[in-house]
Write a protein that binds this ligand. Structure first.
Ligand SMILES: Nc1ncnc2c1ncn2[C@@H]1O[C@H](COP(=O)(O)OP(=O)(O)OP(=O)(O)O)[C@@H](O)[C@H]1O
Ligand SMILES: Cc1ncc(C[n+]2csc(CCOP(=O)(O)O)c2C)c(N)n1
Ligand SMILES: [Mg+2]
Length: 315
């Protein structure tokens, strides 16, 4: 199949199937057109996934479709935005229609799950790479930024951490033990916390999605907000169906796509019960800078400049 046949046969039907009323014009013209309702703002972000870096070379294409859209939509969730549409720039080593059909099936499943429509894209030949630009909307002024954390706020996370990092060791295993299924599910099937993000508009003082690891991503909030924080590692959730990720994986492993949020104690009390109970409080924001890990025995570890994944240095 050639480039245009692939687009017509596989991507146009996906765009038709997922079309949203916010998309005035989908694939087929020089640009797509999105309607932004009055009183709302456009929120957008771009993410690239490279074979061998963000997913294993030889990764299952249907899982790749879900994972790629999930990690991209996760940035919208962190802002409290409602997903509307995305564009996909796809670089393929060859035009293997079975492989692309499977990729499209994963994208289709994720598109429906997150309520986001394919609006356009680009296909080129080269090393396997996907770039997704996701677009959403929020009521004017209500996007949750990284810069709003204030001393006295609680630090909370939306779910267990470290599972995707723990899965890395098992990605190539032909018959992994049942005990690591929770880790693998987290890697293969991340769930962007869009519903939570929506509830946190006007409630959370700051939010970020955890792509690089808790310490690194909380570090981005602290830096943007010019504050510090104390974190109790013993309170960080890391249970994946009865098998626990290590503390190191929970603190420093990436790819979990839970949210890390800061909010005033009174704001937590105002949340509906089921939303509040989806958050685990793990620490507190304080004046100053840097992150202090407070162990159960009171020993404090200072982390001055929390570093994340650096593509030019490795981990
Ligand atoms: N080439 C670039 N030009 C302009 N801004 C950039 C560029 N690369 C990154 N940024 C900006 O830097 C900030 C952090 O980027 P990063 O890719 O680390 O996002 P993230 O949400 O922290 O992580 P992830 O990529 O896993 O979603 C974002 O605001 C992003 O727009
Ligand atoms: C096969 C394989 N090996 C390692 C990782 C881990 N990993 C790669 S990049 C990244 C940070 C986010 O990148 P970016 O900042 O580009 O969004 C993480 C946690 C993976 N996902 N797959
Ligand atoms: Mg992010």
């Amino acid at each position: 199949m050639g480039e245009f046949e692939l687009i017509r046969a596989l991507f146009h039907p996906l765009a038709e199937a997922t079309r949203q009323h916010g998309v005035v014009l989908g694939p087929g013209d020089d640009c797509a057109i999105q309607r932004v309702p009055q009183g709302h703002e456009l929120v957008f972000s771009i993410d690239t996934l490279v074979a061998g870096v963000h997913f294993p070379s030889g990764y299952d294409p249907a899982q790749l479709g879900w994972r790629s859209l999930a990690v991209a939509v996760s940035d919208l969730a962190a802002m409290g935005a409602d997903p509307v549409c995305y564009t996909l720039a796809l670089t393929l080593p060859e035009a293997d229609s079975d492989w692309v059909t499977a990729l499209v099936s994963g994208l289709r499943e994720a598109s429906f799950a997150f309520g986001i429509a394919l609006a356009g894209g680009d296909i080129t030949r080269g090393p396997l790479t996907l770039t997704l630009q996701v677009q959403g909307t929020v009521p004017e002024g209500q996007a949750i930024r990284r810069s709003g954390a204030r001393p006295g706020d609680l630090v909370a996370v939306s779910g267990p951490l470290g599972g995707a990092a723990a899965a890395l060791a098992w990605l190539d295993a032909t018959d992994p033990p049942a005990s690591v299924e929770g880790f693998l599910a987290r890697y293969h099937h991340p769930m962007p916390r869009c519903a939570l993000g929506r509830h946190l508009r006007g409630v959370a003082s700051a939010a970020i999605d955890i792509s690089d690891g808790l310490v690194a991503d909380l570090g981005h909030i602290l830096e943007a907000s010019s504050v510090g924080a104390e974190l109790e590692p013993g309170r960080v959730p890391r249970d994946f169906g009865g098998t626990w990720a290590s503390l190191d994986q929970a603190l420093y492993g990436g790819d979990d796509y839970e949210l890390c949020v800061t909010l005033a104690p009174a704001a937590l009390d105002r949340l509906p019960g089921h939303v509040a109970s989806s958050l685990d409080v793990i620490g507190r924001v304080c004046a100053g800078s840097g992150l202090r890990l407070v162990q159960a025995d009171g020993i404090i570890e200072e982390i001055a400049v929390p570093a994340g994944y650096d593509h030019f240095k490795g981990r």
